[in-house]
Design a binder for this molecule. Structure first.
Ligand code: GTP
Ligand code: MG
Length: 281
C-alpha cells in the first residue's frame, strides 16, 4: 500500500482548492474568486484501493503584508516542509511571477507542477510557459482544468503513483482532517463568500463558539467582520442573505447539523495577533 501527504501550493486564485475538490469529487475545501480564500491547511483524504493520499490545501503564496499574511505564509512553508512532495499549481491565464519562479527554483525532482484553468486559454498560448518550465528541475508537469475536469483523473493517478510505501494514517470514514467546529465554520464562510460581490471577504472569519458537539443543538456560528458597514452587507435586506446562507449550509451538512448564525464586528482582527490566536489562524 502507498500513503502520504502532498502539499498543494501556488499563488492565490490559481485553483488549488478547486483542483483538490475535483480530485476528491466533493466540495471539501473552500473555493471563491476572492483572493486569499484558503487560510488554514486543509487536509483532504483521497482513497483508492491500496492508496491513501492526503492532499494538503494551503494559503496562496502571494499574500499581503499584514499580520494575517505573515501567518498564512508560515502555514504554507510548514506544509511544504512536512509533506512527502509538493504539487505546485500554476494558472494557465497568467505569466509566471517572480514568487512562482522562486518556488519553482526550490522544488526537488520529486515535486510536480500542474497548469490549471487550461479551459480558459488556447493551447498555443502555453508554449512560452512550458518552455520556461522545462528549464526547472521538476520531474513532470500536467495540464488540467478543475472546471471541466480535463486532466484531473490523470493528475490523481500520477500523484497516487508518486506516494511512498506506507499504511493508512486516518480512520476510513475521515474525508477532511479538520476539527468539526472548524469545518462547519468553513462551510459557512464558503457559502458566504460565494454570494458576495463586495470587497468584504478578506474581513470575514467564521467561528463556532461554545458548542460541545451535540448534534441535537443548533451549532452557533459567529461571523466576524472588521467594520460595522460590512455587518449590514452580510446580513442583507431584512436578514435575507444570512437566511439564505443558513439554508445552504444546513443543506450541505445534510441535516446532520443545523447552524445558527450571528454577525459581530471585531475591529481590524486581521492585524491583531491576539485575535488571530483566538481565531486559530
Ligand atoms: N475557468 C476556470 N476557473 C477555475 C478553475 N479552477 C478554479 N477556478 C476558479 O478560480 C477561482 C479561484 O479558485 P480557488 O480554488 O479558490 O483558488 P485557490 O488557489 O485555492 O485560491 P486561494 O485559496 O486564495 O489561495 C474560483 O472562482 C474558481 O471557481 C479552472 O480550471 N477553470
Ligand atoms: Mg484555496
Amino acid at each position: 500500500m502507498r500513503s502520504g501527504f502532498v502539499a498543494v501550493v501556488g499563488r492565490t486564485n490559481v485553483g488549488k482548492s478547486s483542483l483538490i475538490n475535483a480530485i476528491a469529487e466533493a466540495r471539501l475545501s473552500t473555493v471563491s474568486w476572492h483572493k486569499n480564500t484558503t487560510r488554514r491547511a486543509v487536509r483532504v483524504i483521497v482513497r483508492e484501493p491500496e492508496v491513501e493520499m492526503v492532499l494538503v490545501d494551503t494559503p496562496g503564496l502571494d499574500v499581503g503584508h499584514d499580520q494575517l499574511a505573515a501567518r498564512l505564509f508560515a502555514v504554507t512553508e510548514g506544509e511544504i516542509e512536512g509533506a512527502d512532495f509538493t504539487l505546485m499549481v500554476l494558472d494557465a491565464t497568467k505569466p509566471l511571477s517572480d514568487r512562482e519562479r522562486g518556488v519553482l527554483g526550490q522544488l526537488s525532482p520529486d515535486d510536480m507542477v500542474v497548469i490549471n484553468k487550461v479551459d480558459l486559454v488556447h493551447p498555443g498560448t502555453l508554449l512560452p510557459k512550458l518552455q520556461e518550465l522545462s528549464s526547472w528541475v521538476v520531474s513532470d508537469y500536467l495540464l488540467a482544468s478543475a472546471k471541466t475536469g480535463e486532466g484531473v483523473v490523470e493528475l490523481r493517478e500520477i500523484l497516487s503513483g508518486h506516494l511512498p510505501e506506507g499504511g493508512p494514517m486516518y480512520d476510513p470514514e475521515t474525508k477532511v482532517d479538520l476539527p468539526l467546529r472548524i469545518w462547519i465554520a468553513e462551510v459557512v464562510r464558503d457559502e458566504l463568500l460565494n454570494g458576495l460581490r463586495e470587497e468584504v471577504p478578506h474581513s470575514v472569519e467564521c467561528r463556532v463558539i461554545d458548542w460541545d458537539g451535540d448534534d441535537e443543538e443548533e451549532v452557533p456560528v459567529t461571523i466576524f467582520v472588521e467594520r460595522t458597514s460590512q455587518k449590514g452587507i452580510l446580513i442583507g435586506e431584512g436578514g435575507a442573505r444570512l437566511r439564505s446562507v443558513r439554508h445552504r449550509v444546513n443543506r450541505r451538512l445534510r441535516g446532520r447539523y443545523r447552524v445558527r448564525l450571528e454577525v459581530k464586528v471585531a475591529k481590524e482582527w486581521s492585524r491583531d495577533s491576539r485575535m488571530l490566536d483566538e481565531f486559530e489562524i
